[in-house]
Write a protein of this length. Structure first.
Ligand code: ATP
Length: 221
């Protein structure tokens, strides 16, 4: 883990994902959140072995390499490789516990509205609310309201997340982005990827490493 802010008053964002591959929607959402909320930094956490979904198409190393290419030029964004350093399933609750040891102030787990809807299925999900706030980003095609179990924790303004270190929720609706990695992988298989969805350098990496081609998968061994 490199360069994570240890400022007690700073709101630190944690953006977990499979990033299979990272797309411009991820970056645009992070950029919009940095502009609208009192966030000091966003930590991107690629899931080495995502437990709650099918196995990714690209290897953990390729997904990390694409993330590094996409985020290299922006000091507001850092990458946390903690899930690559641990064995076993990459549970977000364990990752947040590690980050929490480094950062004692407000922590916000960034989730698209689709991921938020699935949170009650995550490993020890209630503990997540004891470690971080939820910063929920509305996503086209998904319910734009907060799930019932989140609503009692909701605050009206992003800055309200500074009032506590964890346990609150804020719905951010100002950045509707259509990108999805599922749609991108399907397009790449057909050789017709929307270039505008891929951050600079990522399309070249995919091409050079022959990723997401039809019938091709990586060797897990
Ligand atoms: P997939 O289609 O493979 O599930 P994805 O596009 O959802 O991929 P992930 O890496 O799974 O990307 O997502 C990481 C996080 O980013 C999740 O919380 C997800 O909801 C959020 N996210 C991804 N794309 C968007 C988007 N266009 N708008 C808002 N949130 C998004």
């Amino acid at each position: 883990m490199t360069g994570i802010s240890a400022d007690r008053k700073a709101l630190l964002g944690v953006f977990g994902g499979t990033f299979d591959p990272i797309h411009c929607g991820h970056i645009a959402v992070a950029d919009a959140l940095m502009g609208a909320l009192p966030l000091t930094q966003i930590v991107f956490v690629p899931a080495a072995r995502p437990p709650h979904r099918p196995r990714p198409r690209a290897s953990a190393d390729d997904r990390l390499a694409m993330l590094e290419i996409a985020l290299a030029r922006d000091p507001r964004f850092v990458i946390d490789e903690t899930e690559y350093e641990r064995a076993g399933p990459s549970y977000m609750v364990d990752t947040l516990a590690v980050i929490r040891k480094r950062h004692r102030g407000p922590l916000a787990l960034i989730l698209g509205s689709d991921a938020c809807a699935g949170l009650p299925g995550w490993h020890r999900w209630r503990r997540i609310l004891g470690l971080a706030h939820l910063l929920i980003v509305s996503r086209p095609g998904f319910d734009q309201r907060l799930p019932g179990w989140v609503a009692p924790r909701a605050v009206a303004h992003g800055a309200d997340l500074l009032a506590a270190d964890h346990g609150l929720a804020y719905l951010f609706t100002a950045s509707a982005r259509p990108e999805s990695a599922t749609a991108l992988r399907a397009a790449l298989e057909e050789g017709s990827a929307p270039q505008a969805w891929l951050p600079d350098g990522v399309a070249a990496y995919i091409e050079a490493h022959g990723l997401y081609r039809k019938g091709l998968d990586y060797d897990e061994t």
